[in-house]
Write a protein that binds this ligand. Structure first.
Ligand SMILES: NC(=O)c1ccc[n+]([C@@H]2O[C@H](COP(=O)([O-])OP(=O)(O)OC[C@H]3O[C@@H](n4cnc5c(N)ncnc54)[C@H](O)[C@@H]3O)[C@@H](O)[C@H]2O)c1
Length: 358
């Protein structure tokens, strides 16, 4: 049986990945190391407590003794590294935790992996079939004008503390591959959406506010463009990279689905009006939109060229945006308790700082 160390498995993408990995590989065990920050929610994995192929470890990826100990105890065959501070606005408010988790945390994991995997072979060559998948973002490439796409060769140009910390972690991961021969694969993915996403991010924030009849804050002119990918398609791409990717390679992952933020907001409003009826008084949900002061340094456009992973590994997205956004809205409507449990006092304080005091 193969054992995977998965970091950040109680977050949005990690929790979707845990379920899909356990289903995909019946002979694998998953050990989920998660610090349970505000973004980590153990109920995202409710139902797995009794699963013998799953173990949850509450801890910090920056804790070298803990991570080394887990490697000795479990003898991991693969690492899939999701754990990160992941929200740009929070990185602007307080970059320190992003530097710590995203850079030092990745360094700690790479060190533990180097010690465990290279020490296990006499000639210090990497153990065959081991894999370290470093999950990263397209934001490391900077901002595009009206045309063009990010390829794996696009030079890095991170422009927020979040993207700079992720860029640093990507460089470290590649350096460990180049210097020590660690079997590292890096993925850079576009914006994800889907079930279990924390409501500080655009789509769940808009779903939650529009459903409950609150204002819908949109940054700037709302014309920033992102390439949106349904989370299960991202996880499927990561499973493909884990199984078939070549160590040392980088794979861009994207949905070929560019939308302006304001288009996303309109779509969510219209679907909720259709699903739940208009608001009391007959008001449609688009009337809740307000434009707020833009995020400092807000990147204008991201767009991914995902030809390499399609041509070399045979992955392509399978969920259209129309289907994905419907499934996402259905999930949030069916899981009101989940939303209520994550939108606690600290979230409300954060929300007020971001949107009502600007
Ligand atoms: N969400 C996106 O659209 C997107 C797109 C591309 C890449 N990514 C990358 O994918 C990864 C996962 O993103 P997400 O949206 O699921 O993030 P998330 O914020 O929902 O979850 C992050 C998880 O990491 C955990 N964590 C944070 N600091 C930790 C630490 N020091 N030690 C252990 N656990 C810690 C949190 O508790 C949480 O469970 C991140 O590396 C992110 O950069 C995200």
């Amino acid at each position: 049986m193969k054992t995977i160390l998965l970091t950040g498995g109680c977050g949005f993408i990690g929790s979707n990945f845990v379920r899909m990995a356990l289903a995909r590989f019946p002979d694998c065990r998953v050990v989920n190391l998660d610090k349970l920050t505000y973004a980590g929610n153990p109920t995202n994995l409710a139902g797995l407590e009794a699963e013998p192929r799953y173990r949850f470890v509450h801890g910090d990826i920056c804790d070298q003794a803990l991570v080394d100990g887990l490697f000795s105890e479990e003898g991991f065959d693969a690492v899939v590294h999701f754990a990160a501070e992941s929200h740009v606005d929070r990185s602007i408010e307080g970059p320190g935790e992003f530097i710590r988790t995203n850079i030092t945390g990745t360094f700690t994991l790479l060190e533990a992996t180097r010690r465990a995997w290279l020490a296990a072979t006499k000639d210090q060559s990497p153990i065959a079939n081991h894999r370290f998948v470093h999950v990263s973002t397209d934001e490391v490439y900077g901002s595009l004008g009206d045309t063009g796409h990010f390829t794996e060769e696009t030079p890095y140009d991170p422009r927020s503390p979040y993207s700079a910390s992720k860029a640093s972690s990507d460089h470290l991961a590649r350096a460990y591959q180049h210097t020590y021969g660690l079997p590292v694969l890096v993925t850079n993915c576009s914006n994800n959406y889907g079930p279990y996403q924390f409501p500080e991010k655009l789509i769940p924030l808009i779903i939650n506010n529009a459903y409950t009849g609150k204002e819908l804050p949109v940054y700037g002119d709302g014309k920033n463009v992102r390439d949106w990918l349904f989370v299960e398609d991202h996880c499927e791409a990561l499973l493909t990279v884990l199984e078939k990717g070549t160590p040392g390679e980088t794979y861009n992952i994207g949905g070929n689905n560019e939308r302006q933020n304001i288009e996303i907001v309109h779509t969510v409003c219209d679907l909720l009006d259709q699903r739940c009826g208009t608001l009391p008084g007959g008001q449609d949900r688009r009337s809740l939109i307000i434009f707020v002061k833009d995020r400092p340094g807000h990147d204008r456009r991201y767009a991914i060229d995902a030809a390499k992973i399609r041509d070399e590994l045979g992955w392509k997205p399978t969920v259209t945006f129309e289907e994905g956004i419907r499934r996402t809205i259905d999930w949030y409507l069916a899981n009101e308790e989940w939303m209520a449990s994550v939108v606690d006092g600290s979230y409300r304080e954060y929300y007020n700082r971001m949107y009502t005091q600007r």
